[in-house]
Design a protein around this ligand. Sequence first.
Ligand code: NAD
Ligand code: MG
Length: 397
Amino acid sequence: MRGVTVLGASGSIGVNTLDVLARHRDRYHVVGLSGNTDVARLVEQCHVHHPQYAVMADAVAAEQLRARLRSVDSAIDVLSGAEGLADIAAHADVHVVMAAIVGAAGLQPTLAAVRAGKRILLANKEALVMSGRIFMEEVQRHNAELLPVDSEHNAIFQCLPIGRERDLEGAGVRRILLTASGGPFRTAALESLRTVTPAQACAHPNWEMGRKISVDSATMMNKGLEVIEARWLFDAAPEHIQVVVHPQSVIHSLVEYVDGSILAQLGSPDMRTPIACALAWPERIEAGVARLDLLQVARLDFETPDITRFPCLRLAYEALARGGTATAVLNAANEVAVQAFLAGRIGYTVIAEVVEGALSEISACEAESLAVILEADEQARAVAAELVAARETRTSL
Ligand code: NAD
Ligand code: MG
């Protein structure tokens, strides 16, 4: 029996992870679950999965959860805050940690799992975008096992020879082809993008996801973040990572080798496949996913991404080229802008403008320590908040 902690249990990836775990109660038991403010969801999950610990990042929510669980299941220890998250990530009974908190908030709890040498199923791509070099050094230092859950990276991982995931040249890899659906606005008239609503941006054609990553998919910032994620996960040079738009989301990514072979991983667009793959690797377990019917798919299309339509993709490549803290700035400014868009404060096309503004206002420096990275994150949030406020005023005039 392997003990599992699910960080971000109440989110989209968290719910999918618990669904897979519930199919294999003979192999896994849940040690820790975490949420932020979503008490009702955690109560429900505690009922079903009986973890040893439940953590709410928010202290008030933790108090509420404690009160609600007292009458039902008093054996569950309720913790809170950054400390609680780190505790369930590093706990001695835990073998596997699903890192599925969204955004920069996921960095420290995921690092706690890394430093405890766990098997980490990495959904939280923002951690690598912010601190790729340091994060990967910590993985090596603590002998942690890092398995990608992001569907593209999981696909690439499956297409690489076992044990050579960070030795692309030695493995004879020419390039990585990262597929992208193009999101809901791939073919929308450019003028119409200005008035896009949060509901439209979150209506992804193929995937059901949390709201932040749904907006990132619409702007293609998500693909930009994934290029950076791939750079660190596979120690790949940016020029060896190519983004290919593939609207059907059936091929989850590909690896091209020097002999001309291209290997691809295909499947239904359902995150339970990469979750189950990373959970049981190198074994395979049932994931509850609908089988892919190639005859029904019938055709596969490929296009070059349109940088005019998706300026966020360009900004991500630029931040990666600049290096150092620039990718942390990109990520933080994007989080602030997406939140403002979802709150109805700024228009959809302003997201890229805020990120571009923050990148040009803040000069990048060497990402030499976590403290330096967190400082850049904070600075970028302040600058982005100012840019949002300025744009908001202009819109309402
Ligand atoms: P979500 O919004 O559905 O869930 C986010 C989770 O994080 C929730 O459990 C929430 O309570 C928790 N959380 C939010 N803010 C927090 C904070 N400040 N402190 C502690 N916990 C906090 O998001 P999601 O779609 O499940 O995505 C989670 C992560 O996985 C993201 O990094 C995303 O990029 C990545 N990812 C998601 C998908 C997908 O299909 N949903 C695919 C690939 C990668
Ligand atoms: Mg992805």
